[in-house]
Design a protein around this ligand. Structure first.
Ligand code: ATP
Ligand code: MG
Ligand code: MG
Ligand code: MG
Length: 477
């Protein structure tokens, strides 16, 4: 099956079970202070679960474009290194708003995976919530019993609160979940080690594909749980992972979702995909990041110097750095991928093809401006390396502060020349800058505004990146 057929089969399967197929929400969230980007299919239905609005249909399904690059779900640093976390991905989902519950959710998931998609039953594992004494919750026996009717007991694994109990926030709807995992190891590996032991253990070939959430409790302000009057189903399946499983690949990037883009990059860089781990990672990063950047722009979030715009700028720059450093693209290149992507998503998410020219132009402008800074910084580094045997902390900080080099890029450049970077010295210089900016803000409060209190990173001045935690920073306005 092609990825297109796989997506269509999902939607038509749930249509045949009386679900209304709805469009994806934009990936950019503008009306929710707790969320920058859509990170799950359920986001657009949040008010139904909170009881703030009445759902028009009680059964709904869709494919939602999601971005996991900030906040609670931030997979950015994994992307390209592993082969199954993306910045932007499609989450296939089906929902019941006070309609069907565990029995149907479980048996339909199984029917779809094993009947429609014909996935090998011997490679599937499921997890259920093991219970939690402190919460006064027992094992999810209902889910266990429904699964037991479908698969052998040794394929049903118990999971803890972290993996198998879902909560929307501090308060509100929550409940146990049941995840489906797929074991793609080859036969020899499967004989050596039990697949059970590898579920949820970051094994690259034993990966989670689908999460079925059973919302049946409401978390009160005092921390206690009360049963919800109407119980809901919320499921999310990673489309690219599903395609990989069905197409029998060992990497999401080997499927027809990513291959056309990767092949284009390979051709233009004259480097073969698969030839070398470093260039492979770079190609994965590019083919992934252009999706996040393009859809963010199409959905109304331009790259900029703060908040959501900065997150997008940072993703774009990460891609440019990989393209420049490992694939030899010294001139703008990423923007060339936009038309390919737009064509690929035609009929699925038409937002991109409708604004293709605009998106391409924005990406190009960003590339031009960042490449200028990057080139100057790399030259500065090359000059420094000529007469130094190590990179001292102050110089690493200068690259960071003036040229936007995250410390990992400096480290990478240094390692290629066999130079050691003084990490402690860098951290010290960083801390000193923080102290300075904190002091400055106390003197000058009238002119400074808080731009972001972020748990990850933000823009603090001309082309500088900062990866720090929980520091409130300021920008002159
Ligand atoms: P993982 O444990 O692999 O990080 P998760 O438990 O964080 O996944 P959920 O929040 O349960 O993921 O989301 C539902 C589904 O979305 C997952 O089962 C997975 O198939 C898919 N998914 C989650 N994160 C990503 C990602 N970064 N890229 C691609 N697919 C993802
Ligand atoms: Mg995750
Ligand atoms: Mg998980
Ligand atoms: Mg999960």
């Amino acid at each position: 099956m092609t990825s297109k057929e796989i997506r269509e089969a999902y939607l038509s399967f749930f249509k045949s079970k009386s679900h209304q197929i709805v469009p994806s929400a934009p990936v950019v969230v503008k009306n929710d202070p707790t969320l920058m980007f859509t990170n799950a299919g359920m986001n657009q239905f949040k008010e139904y679960f909170l009881g703030e609005a009445q759902a028009k249909y009680t059964r709904v399904a869709d494919t939602q474009r999601c971005l996991r690059v900030s906040g609670k779900h931030n997979d950015l640093e994994e992307v390209g290194i592993d082969t199954y976390h993306h910045t932007l991905f499609e989450m296939l989902g089906n929902w019941s708003f006070g309609d069907y519950f565990k029995k149907e959710a479980i048996s339909w998931a199984w029917e779809l995976l094993t009947d429609v998609y014909q996935l090998d039953k011997d490679r599937l594992y499921v997890t259920i919530f093991e219970g939690d004494e402190k919460e006064g919750l027992g094992r999810d026996d209902e889910a266990f019993d429904f699964w037991k009717a479908l698969i052998p007991e040794d394929r049903i694994l118990l999971g803890n609160k972290k993996d198998n109990f879902w909560e929307m926030g501090e308060t509100g709807p929550c409940g146990p979940c049941s995840e489906i995992h797929f074991d793609m190891r080859n036969d020899a590996e499967r004989q050596q080690e039990r697949g059970q032991d590898l579920v949820n253990a970051d094994h690259p070939q034993v990966i989670e594909i689908w999460n079925l959430v059973f919302m049946q409790f409401n978390r009160l302000k005092n921390g206690s749980l009360e049963p919800l009057p109407a119980r809901h189903i919320d499921t999310g399946m990673g489309f690219e992972r599903l395609v990989r499983a069905i197409q029998g690949k060992t990497s999401n990037y080997d499927t027809d979702v990513f291959q056309p883009i990767i092949q284009y990059i390979a051709e233009r860089s004259a480097i073969q995909y698969g030839a070398d781990e470093k260039t492979d990672i770079a190609m994965r990063v590019l083919s992934d990041h252009i999706r996040a950047v393009s859809f963010a722009i199409a959905d109304g979030q331009l790259p900029s110097n703060n908040k959501a715009g900065y997150v997008i700028r940072r993703i774009l720059r990460r891609a440019v750095r990989y393209a420049y450093t490992f694939l030899g693209f010294k001139a703008p290149f990423l923007n060339e991928l936009v038309p390919l992507l737009a064509k690929q998503f035609e009929g699925v998410f038409d937002e991109l093809i409708q604004q293709q020219g605009f998106v391409q132009k924005v990406v190009l402008e960003e590339e031009v401006s960042f490449l200028r800074t990057l080139t100057t910084g790399i030259q500065r580094f090359e000059n420094y390396a000529v007469d130094h045997t190590a990179v001292d902390g102050d110089f690493a900080f200068e690259l960071f502060d003036t040229f936007g080099f995250p410390i990992d890029l400096t480290d990478l450049l240094a390692r290629e020349k066999g130079l050691h970077v003084d990490m402690d010295g860098f951290q010290k210089a960083l801390q000193q800058q923080k102290d300075r900016s904190r002091a400055a803000t106390t003197i000058d409060t009238g002119d400074w505004v808080s731009v972001q209190e972020d748990e990850e990173s933000m823009f603090v001045g001309y082309d500088t990146l900062e990866a720090t935690t929980q520091v409130l920073k300021y920008r002159k306005v």
